[in-house]
Design a protein around this ligand. Structure first.
Ligand code: HGY
Ligand code: MN
Ligand code: MN
Length: 432
């Protein structure tokens, strides 16, 4: 196979390629697998997770892959290269969701990866490397708070301290593993042997407004923001809503509210991104001054030192509020992932894939959303392809949307990027 043949994308049927339409139909099938009757919620090691693993596994087999469930509950598929057992290019994304999610965040990337392999297999093409598809089970961290568990197991960066994490029902991660049929002691087996991986490509919806604003379908990702997550508490004194005069109050909710607004002000002024996604006041009576507030913080930035400076400023603002109001502030960090930069060589192949679809000057975007590539960065080089989100880029919301045309062009670009890597592999072998 010449380098030119290896990099030519499949000819596109008029209109929307049938396999691109199948990707969207499969997104709809997966969207129906939810633990909630009023929206899409699917968490790690749940019965719903087992169900979508089964569906993805079946589609992987139809695409000509051998499949297995790995030691961390990720659904995996492998399409051999010209030589059986050759090192693999990894393609993937995640099948878990946030509460009340959209149907494309993660799922689109898994299904596009399967569709790329299906195209190779249907054309009888074997590349100079194997292609593995990974459907990660826990990118969001919805169930246990710490994110990227599936991809961190594959990257070989599992932390045994996580076994004690518990979900909202008090089920530990260890017990959830066992209930899912996994052996906690074997979690390390999810990591591929050293030298058996040549890189990782992920296609994902942008989850932002920039492609839609620029009227572009695709972009290559330059880097992914580093993230830290915290469980925060503000403790005051509960009391009678009528009997306690203002100057005697230690109102935990008023104090927490000052911190929430300080989070927004400090992060915005620093060009970072911070969100309080959850807040609960206790004891929660309408006629009781809140004595305790539990709230979350999701803090991200393009550069980790900037992010950490913002965190220090937030802590200082909280300390001032505590002095003024006679409160106590505490923070427990639940997740931390460093900012990561895409591999120039792999990103260039993604760029070439976008050019192959007719976009002569592909857009480059920094990802403010986190992705499994952050974890896989510890294992191998990575690059990402972004697909336009409609509705102003809304995501982590049922109104998340993509167009069939954008999915079709993303599939072409993703396939072209994989075949570009094959062409480069061939020419590197030839000149070696
Ligand atoms: O939170 C994120 O950015 C990703 O969707 N998990
Ligand atoms: Mn997400
Ligand atoms: Mn995602």
């Amino acid at each position: 196979m010449s380098p030119e043949e290896a990099s030519a994308p499949q000819p596109r049927a008029s209109g929307i390629a049938p396999d691109a339409r199948t990707v969207l139909e499969r997104c709809d099938v997966l969207a129906a697998v939810s633990s909630s009757s009023t929206g899409l919620t699917r968490v790690y090691l749940s019965p719903e997770h087992a169900r979508v693993n089964e569906l993805a596994g079946r589609w992987m087999e139809q695409a000509g892959m051998t499949t297995w469930l790995d030691a961390a509950g990720n659904q995996r598929g492998r399409y051999e290269g010209r030589e059986p057992g050759a090192p693999a290019l990894l393609l993937g994304s995640h099948l878990d969701t946030v509460p009340d999610a959209g149907r494309y965040d993660g799922m689109l990337g898994v299904l596009l990866a399967i569709a790329v392999v299906e195209r190779l297999s249907a054309a009888g093409i074997r590349l100079p490397f194997a292609v593995e598809v990974l459907a990660f089970g826990d990118e969001e961290g919805t169930r246990f708070g710490t994110a990227l568990l599936g991809s961190r197991a594959v990257a070989g960066t599992w932390d045994d301290a996580w076994w004690q994490l518990v979900d909202s029902e008090g089920v530990s991660l260890r017990d959830a593993f066992v209930a899912f049929g996994l052996d906690p002691e074997a979690v390390g087996d999810a990591a591929p042997p050293r030298g058996s991986v040549i890189g990782y490509l992920e296609t994902h919806i942008e989850q932002g407004p920039y492609l839609e604003e620029a009227d572009r379908a695709l972009a290559v990702v330059s880097s992914i923001a580093g993230a830290r997550r915290f469980e925060l508490t503000m403790t005051g004194v509960a009391g009678h809503a009528g009997g306690v005069p203002f100057h005697r109050r230690h109102d935990a909710l008023a104090g927490a509210s000052e911190v929430v607004l300080a989070v927004e002000r400090i992060a915005r002024d620093a060009g970072c991104i911070a969100t309080v996604g959850r807040l609960e006041a206790f004891p929660g009576g309408v006629n009781v001054i809140p004595g305790l507030v539990e709230f979350s913080l999701d803090l991200r930035a393009e550069h980790d030192d900037r992010r950490d400076e913002v965190w220090a400023a937030i802590e200082a603002a909280a300390a001032r509020t505590c002095v003024e109001r006679g409160l106590v502030f505490a923070a427990h960090e639940t997740h931390s992932a460093p900012a990561v930069v895409a591999s120039a060589a792999l990103a260039d192949a993604v760029r070439t894939g976008i050019v192959a679809t007719g976009d002569a000057e592909p857009m480059t975007l920094f990802s403010k959303a986190g992705h499994d590539a952050m974890a896989i960065d510890a294992l191998t080089d990575w690059a990402m392809l972004f697909v336009r989100c409609g509705n102003g880029g809304i995501s982590h919301h049922p109104d998340e949307t993509v167009t069939a045309a954008d999915v079709a062009v993303a599939l072409d670009a993703f396939e072209a990027a994989v075949r570009e890597l094959a062409a480069r592999h061939v020419s590197a072998e030839t000149t070696a």
